[in-house]
Design a protein around this ligand. Structure first.
Ligand SMILES: Nc1ncnc2c1ncn2[C@@H]1O[C@H](COP(=O)(O)OP(=O)(O)OP(=O)(O)O)[C@@H](O)[C@H]1O
Length: 337
């Protein structure tokens, strides 16, 4: 089933409560806890999770399967009732005062149906804008731009049901991005999109965030997407937050993972020789030369240089291989995604 927009349901709330401060954060989660089941079968899906997200930022929510990301998001959206803790959108408690809080929120969750497949793309955008209380006329420019940017103009007057999976995904995204929500949740926003659409979406998301001071929480298993669009990353594992930092700070936490040597002298025979002696991670053709990446510490790097010298290889460049978000994720969680 294609990812569709999900509109948060009202949860049972008691008294209204708002933060008295002048400019409360876009989102503040405090001590959120959710257990499923009971007795020996009980699972603590979310375990005392707290974080605050400022306005105008894009935050990645990462974690291996079962880490508790979806349950956290659903608890904030009122789709799951947490056992403990609170979530506030712009200072408004989502459980105590859901109507007011969710006026600020929109979400695209994977697997939830929300676009009306019998309506055309344009009708869907207009419909969802209207039920959010936005005057459709004021949204027309925004819709047209998104339709154009996401390459949907040609299909704009076709029923959504006739579109491909990736296109349906784009309609859902356009609908969320065109809304006037202050906080949007995007679960796997680029899943099923082709490379070009994925890049366009990332650019549009950043542009909209800057233009409208939007706050986005992005959950994705695609580290390139996260590294590209997020200012900050919250990593969860086994229900808990195990890291919460800017992308650059997370990358700085870890030393270089290896070294690279580049030469035009590398033959297949020489590369086999290096593979037999070192942990060669990757070989890449670069402007008539070959760049060889080796996972090793500095001692290994000096042995690599010695071996190249012994074999008469003239090196054009040497360098370190810096970790990417994927490496950081594996270090933090001890698991592949
Ligand atoms: N409705 C439910 N009933 C029982 N257990 C649940 C329910 N929903 C989630 N869980 C359990 O809670 C834990 C966290 O699940 P959750 O879906 O929040 O993780 P996730 O980080 O979103 O994982 P994924 O990346 O696979 O989507 C898992 O152990 C899951 O099996």
């Amino acid at each position: 089933m294609p990812p569709q927009r999900t509109r948060p349901r009202e949860s049972t709330g008691a008294s209204a409560s708002t933060d008295a401060s002048e400019s409360p954060p876009a989102l503040a989660v405090e001590g959120l806890t959710k257990r499923f089941g009971s007795g020996a079968d009980a699972v603590t899906a979310v375990d005392d999770v707290s974080f605050t997200i400022d306005r105008g930022s894009v935050v990645g929510l990462l974690g291996p399967n079962g880490a508790g990301k979806t349950t956290t998001i659903k608890s904030i959206l009122g789709l799951v009732l947490p056992d403990a803790g609170s979530a506030r959108v712009r200072g408004i408690d989502v459980h105590a005062n859901p109507r007011t809080a969710y006026r600020h929120v929109d979400a695209m969750l994977e697997g939830a149906r929300n676009d009306y497949w019998r309506l055309t793309v344009r009708e869907n955008l207009r419909y969802f804008a209207t039920i959010k209380g936005v005057k459709p006329r004021s949204l027309t420019d925004r819709h047209e731009r998104l339709l154009e940017k996401l390459d949907l103009l040609e299909k704009a007057d076709e029923p959504v049901r006739s579109l491909s999976r990736g296109m349906k995904q784009k309609v859902s995204l356009a609908s969320v991005l065109a809304s006037e929500a202050d906080v949007v949740f995007l679960d796997e926003p680029t899943l099923g999109l082709d490379v070009e659409s994925s890049l366009t979406l990332r650019r549009e998301l950043r542009r909209i965030v800057e233009e409208r001071d939007l706050t986005a929480v992005v959950s994705s298993h695609d580290m390139d997407v996260i590294e590209d669009v997020c200012d900050r990353v919250i990593v969860m594992n086994e229900g808990r937050v195990i890291a919460d930092d800017s992308v650059s700070a997370l990358l700085r936490r870890y030393a270089a993972t290896g070294f690279s040597v580049t030469s035009a002298d590398f033959t297949d025979d020489l590369l086999d020789d290096l593979r037999a002696r070192f942990d060669v991670v990757e070989t890449t053709a670069v402007d008539g030369a070959t760049r060889v990446e080796v996972a090793t510490d500095s001692d290994g790097f000096y042995r690599l240089l010695d071996r190249c010298r012994e074999r008469g290889v003239t090196l054009e460049a040497v360098g370190t291989v810096e970790p990417d978000l994927e490496d950081v994720f594996v270090e933090l969680t001890g698991r592949e995604r």
